[in-house]
Design a protein around this ligand. Structure first.
Ligand code: NAI
Ligand code: MG
Length: 486
């Protein structure tokens, strides 16, 4: 079994304590590798290395060169795509086809920010004086990045790529459950031209390795994707050193179906919205709102299809849904299934699958609860698994009221053939991402992030790079004479 090292200041190292921890294959419950268990001392080394790399060189590397490095990273990802996708599936559980999409998106993300590097520029301002007034955009410095386990390499790319594009250096911590694809990619950093110390990868747990990164004085910014609870903790801790933070947190996104929606697309869209990636999706359409005239018919059609979703190892091409990422997470999702059985009616699933070959892995059944009241726990709390709560509604106003009655605001989707109705909904839904007649497509060109308690800041597109920049105002006096005040 492979024991990995982590990348600090261009060197592959163990944790200073010498400790390692096990990384699991969630489809089998077997240990697949070991990685260093970083603590504050390791984080300190990495943060200092990133600081040095920024101050002593990276800040002067041209945008063109940073762009080329990002293009080389993209090329490397495409070259290693097969192996990376397989490793992603073995470590995270998701079906191989979904990993293949993810890895392709990783490469696309590096390409996008490779191109954007030379298009970031400042402005010349029309101030009322004989002066040249400039707004320059400069990199923030050292970015600390904390990554979740649901899209391991993709979430790392969403953070590394804009940071390098903007000219920052990075200390990145993958989730403890899924560090392997990033560690593999990091092996190519040197040959892709990433100078030593510019991207440091530390592996470890949240409290022991994530928290010291957030607190570290050499780090200028924290970018985090994960739970609301940890997001709040990060914000509090970042206040001590006044770091910038961007947070992409959870959701309880409504997927809203009007009676005039295309029926077959609606059924597919509702299932895809919450069952893709085992429901381990921050924008999961976990609240399915259905207008009463089609409520029963659509529920029956969804159940019919949900029952045929094939669970299994992500490596099996027949598999449509893999295991959840960890035993701990499976148990959390099962607790919600139990709560749901008391709060609402079960239309399908509701527990663990019975097949003998699925017992060792962390599998749960795709589950549909119906007649759910929007005040129920399963309608309010993020479950982050394949659990759908179906809620009936009467009309547009009712749909909006239910959809917006949540502390979250990451995403929402509306399905109808009436464009006027769709646009009225689009305007009034409180969410950072709104889909019409689809749910989940995500593009590196378009902004990603939440309203309300779903987060702060936006990833992807030029907005993503903006999070790693700060603005410098420059005033250049053109009057060759004293001010004349005294
Ligand atoms: P988490 O928020 O604890 O973990 C996410 C990342 O934050 C990991 O890298 C972890 O090591 C790190 N972390 C944990 N505690 C930290 C701390 N005190 N300081 C700095 N970093 C810390 O999420 P977890 O426990 O894996 O999952 C719990 C729930 O969070 C899930 O059930 C789901 O609802 C939500 N979640 C949401 C995600 C999203 O995409 N928005 C992704 C992952 C989880
Ligand atoms: Mg946690």
């Amino acid at each position: 079994m492979k024991t990995y090292q982590m990348l600090v200041d261009g060197a592959w190292v163990a944790a200073e304590s010498g400790k390692t921890f096990a990384v699991m294959n969630p489809a089998t419950g077997e240990v697949m590798a070991r990685v260093p268990e970083a603590a504050a001392a390791d984080v300190d080394k990495a943060a200092r290395a990133a600081r040095r790399a920024f101050d002593e060189g990276w800040r002067d590397v041209t945008a063109q060169e940073r762009g080329r490095i990002l293009f080389r990273l993209a090329e490397q990802v495409r070259k290693d795509a097969k192996a990376l996708a397989e490793l992603e599936t073995l470590n995270s559980g998701k079906p191989l086809m979904e990993s293949e999409y993810d890895i392709n998106d990783v490469a696309t993300c590096f390409e996008y920010y490779g191109g954007l590097a030379t298009k970031l520029h400042g402005e010349v301002l029309n101030v009322p004086d004989n002066a040249l007034s400039l707004a320059l955009r400069e990199p923030l410095g050292v970015a600390g990045q904390i990554i979740p386990w649901n899209y391991p390499l993709l979430m790392a790319a969403w953070k590394i790529a804009p940071a390098l594009c903007a000219g920052c250096t990075v200390v990145i911590k993958p989730a403890e459950q899924t560090p392997l694809t990033l560690l593999e990619l990091a092996r190519s950093f040197e040959t892709c031209g990433v100078p030593k110390g510019v991207v440091n990868v530390i592996t470890g747990f949240g409290e022991a390795a994530g928290a010291p990164l957030v607190a570290h004085p050499a780090v200028d910014k924290i970018a985090f994707t994960g739970s609301v609870e940890v997001g709040k903790r990060i914000m509090r801790s970042a206040a001590d050193t006044l770091k910038k933070v961007s947070l992409e947190l959870g959701g309880k996104s409504p997927n809203i179906f009007f009676a005039d929606a295309d029926f077959e697309s609606a059924v597919d869209g509702a299932l895809f919205g919450v069952f893709v990636n085992q429901g381990e999706v921050c924008s999961a359409g976990s609240r399915v709102l259905i207008q009463r005239p089609i409520y029963r018919k659509m529920l029956d059609a969804m159940v019919e299809k949900a029952k045929r979703i094939k669970l299994g190892s992500g490596m099996d091409p027949a598999t449509k849904m893999g295991p959840l990422v960890s035993k701990e997470h499976m148990e959390r999702v099962m607790r919600y299934q139990e709560i749901g059985r008391k709060e609402a009616k079960v239309a399908s699933g509701g527990g663990r699958p019975r097949e003998a070959e699925l017992q060792k892995g962390y599998f749960v059944e795709p589950t549909i609860f119906y007649d759910v009241d929007n005040s129920a726990t399963i309608a309010r709390e993020e479950i982050f698994g394949p659990v759908m709560s179906v809620i009936p509604f009467d009309d547009e106003k009712d749909a909006l009221r239910i959809a917006n009655d949540t502390p979250f605001g990451l995403a929402a989707a509306v399905w109808s053939r009436d464009i006027f109705k769709c646009f009225r909904m689009v305007k009034r839904l409180q969410a950072g991402i709104v889909w019409v007649n689809h749910m989940q497509p995500t593009y590196v060109e378009a902004p990603w992030g939440g309203y309300k308690m779903s987060g702060i800041g936006r990833e992807l597109g030029p907005w993503g790079a903006e999070e790693y920049l700060q603005v410098k105002q420059v005033h250049i006096n053109l009057n060759e004479a004293p001010i004349g005040w005294y």
